[in-house]
Design a protein around this ligand. Structure first.
Ligand code: H79
Length: 421
């Protein structure tokens, strides 16, 4: 059922961190898609044989992986929750699952990356969450994707299993989800993906949902397990109008999910700040992706962007973290948010001299400030002549914005009202 949950931490989380990582990051390959032929589906995904893709598990030894450092970087950026690819479409598990042998425990690294991730994030007060791919292009009972199944086409490939194979596969999959939801404490979200290859009846979606909720009553389930879902997940896109109910945009900093040095199509740090403001202003969360390299370290371009967002959040983060959506789009030319009786308006374009906010209870305005410096701004109000004689008229407020207060990324103004009903 979509949107069945009422208020949770997710509603005001604002910023999350997605982490796409896999042994094939050693090869600089986009995660999973290269093994089915890549490029037609994701622009920068390479094309390698399944054998080539899977081969780098044997050498996976990410000695520069530092989960606490990643958690600190996330924290300073304002991240409230983090979602790790515990297992992507390629089937490799980042924890030592007992259900089969295709996992981190059987690599030179050997340690449990999922455990390192959950411990490190919790230590920084960040909610750990799990991405889990339903489809598995490696498991023999799924069954595995091979060169014979190319080109990858929904309905033609992937291969379909015999009945007893599927039973065995579901046993593994349900077992893996049970491990993830019993061994690692409270998990914020289970973020499914890859469900399009089978129907809800084949996944046994209701049974799986019941299992998940019995293991973790508070967990959120995204909308990619067919016919289940607490919230919707637009991918690489900010919807023009707010979807109904809970939602989250997942977004990469370049055009690839995992480490891909061939893709240098980076979004500017400023545009990421703008996207964060846009998403939160529409009541969603931004799940911003990072891609550790094969040795576990983050590419410098991603560190730079997280630090940039963090620096902006240090100045202005109160306007996007722990807030609700603010005004209607017609009331102000930009995203706005709200906490209690304070409305935040985000300036994503430079004002000429002033900005106007419309349709507000002008006699209730107490003060207007520029958030990063706390500078009080001057403002005037206007209503219709007749309405202005009333006790509580709607009108517009025009705020003077001195050029020296314009933030390099996004200027935030706070309007305090005596009350907002
Ligand atoms: O993990 C990241 C990507 O690898 C994954 N989701 C993010 C979070 C992803 N899965 N699919 N895609 C990205 C591209 C989507 C392709 C699809 Fe289709 C369109 C799936 C279903 C329709 C292509 C066409 C594949 C099947 C039909």
């Amino acid at each position: 059922m979509l949107g069945s949950l009422t208020g949770t931490w997710f509603d005001t989380a604002g910023l999350g961190m997605f982490i796409h990582w896999d042994h094939a990051s050693q090869q600089g390959l986009e995660i999973s898609w290269p093994l089915v032929g890549g490029g037609d589906i994701l622009e920068h995904a390479q094309d390698v044989t399944p054998e080539q893709y899977h081969s780098s598990a044997a050498t996976f030894d990410p000695q520069a992986w530092d989960a606490p450092a990643l958690a600190r970087l996330a924290k300073q950026a304002g991240v409230q929750y983090a979602v790790l690819t515990t297992k992507h479409h390629n089937g490799f598990a980042l924890w030592p699952t007992q259900l089969d042998d295709w996992h981190i425990g059987n690599t030179p690294y050997g340690k449990d990356i999922v455990r390192e991730f959950t411990d490190a994030m919790r230590a920084e007060g960040i909610r750990p969450c799990f991405y889990f791919s339903l489809c598995d292009w490696h498991h023999p009972d799924y069954p595995a994707f091979t060169m014979e199944h190319r080109p990858y086409q929904l309905g033609v490939s992937p291969p379909m299993p015999a009945e007893e194979q599927w039973e065995r596969f579901l046993h593994v999959m349900y077992g893996q989800i049970t491990e993830l939801l019993t061994e690692y404490g409270d998990i914020g979200i289970i973020w499914f993906d890859g469900g399009w290859e089978r129907r809800a009846s084949q996944w046994r979606s209701s049974e799986l949902e019941a299992l998940i909720r019995s293991l973790q009553p508070e967990i959120l389930i995204n909308d990619r397990l067919p016919r289940v879902g607490d919230y919707v997940t637009p991918e690489q896109f900010v919807p023009p109008t707010a979807p109904d109910g809970k939602w989250e945009t997942c977004l990469t900093m370049n055009e690839s999910w995992s480490y891909n040095p061939a893709d240098q199509d980076w979004k500017s740090p400023r545009s990421l700040v703008h996207t964060l403001c846009e998403v939160v202003g529409k009541g969603g969360n931004l799940l911003l992706n990072v891609s550790p390299r094969g040795d576990g370290s983050l590419p410098p371009e991603q560190i730079e962007r997280l630090e940039h967002i963090g620096a902006w959040a240090a100045r202005n983060g109160e306007s996007v973290l722990g807030v609700e959506p603010g005004l209607e789009p017609w009331q102000h030319y930009g995203p706005s948010t709200r906490r209690g009786n304070r409305v935040y308006v985000h300036l994503l374009s430079r004002p000429y001299e002033s900005v106007t906010v419309r349709g507000v209870k002008v006699k209730r305005i107490e003060r207007v400030t520029e958030v990063s410096t706390g500078t009080e701004l001057t403002w005037t109000t206007r209503t219709g002549i007749i309405e202005g004689f009333g006790p509580d008229p709607d009108g517009e407020v025009t705020i003077d914005v001195p050029q020296e207060l314009i933030d390099d990324d996004a200027t935030v103004l706070a309007i305090d009202f005596s009350s907002l009903s």
